[in-house]
Design a protein around this ligand. Structure first.
Ligand code: DC
Length: 228
């Protein structure tokens, strides 16, 4: 039987990793795991309960026994909070920034580690986030790290939000991305960084299909070498 690989895709906000990971997973019939969505769900839950992101102790309590069910529906990932699908509601810049803050708290990362690893236990997964190749799946078969210039990342995010009818300012988007990059790369636990054995792809000036093509070549080569 064909070996089902664990493929990780890490990188900063706006590097294009969500789009390409979702499409790649769909094309090779793998599960798509958007781990940012889990951190966003925790941030949303904290916000709903009026918990300050500065309050590590309250976040610790919130995460004690927390259950964030998630599922893939038609190639898209959904998260539920108290039985309600909040996926659309948490994909905002505001929740992205809150997620970045709560993700620096060890209790939050610890609570999400097991569910993420469980999702990959049978392989056949494209797992996307910040620490997939370094912490969650250090033994992954293929590790990608996607990056792009801050200007290009801001423009992509801007276009995406405007397309969804959300009116935003490009300068503000860029500032927000840079603040999030800073938090995500400078935190003590599981900071955003390429795993030593990752394939780094700078997606500046390359469209989605171009990035997927580069990734597919590597996936196919790996599959052939594995004798599948
Ligand atoms: O990928 P995203 O923009 O949805 O992620 C939101 C935040 O969640 C991101 O700024 C940092 C955090 N995150 C993380 O710390 N580790 C992950 N594996 C995924 C996301």
């Amino acid at each position: 039987m064909e070996k089902r690989l664990i493929i990780t895709v890490d990188g900063p906000a706006g590097s294009g990793k969500s789009t390409v990971s979702r499409i790649l997973a769909e094309r090779i019939s793998y599960i798509y795991l958007d781990t940012g969505l889990l951190y966003r769900a925790v941030a949303y839950k904290a916000m709903q309960r009026g918990i300050s992101i500065e309050d590590d102790e309250a976040l610790r309590k919130l995460c004690d026994g927390i259950d964030i069910p998630f599922e893939t529906d038609n190639g898209n990932m959904k998260v539920l909070i108290d039985g309600e699908d909040v996926s659309g509601r948490v994909r905002t810049e505001e929740i992205g920034m809150l997620a970045s803050s709560v993700s620096a708290v060890s209790a939050v990362r610890d609570a999400l580690l097991l569910p993420q690893r469980s999702a990959g236990r049978y392989g056949g997964i494209v797992a996307e986030g910040r620490d997939m190749g370094t912490v969650v799946f250090p033994g992954a078969d293929i590790k990608f790290f996607l990056d792009a210039d801050a200007d290009e990342r801001a423009k992509r995010r801007y276009a995406q939000l405007m397309e969804n009818g959300i009116n935003v300012d490009l300068g503000e988007i860029k500032k927000g991305l840079e603040a999030r990059d800073y938090q995500d790369t400078q935190r003590e636990i599981a900071p955003l960084k390429p795993a030593g054995d990752s394939v780094i792809i700078n997606t500046t000036g390359i469209d989605v299909e171009g990035v997927i093509e580069k990734m597919t070549i590597i996936v196919e080569k790996h599959t052939r070498l594995a004798g599948n």
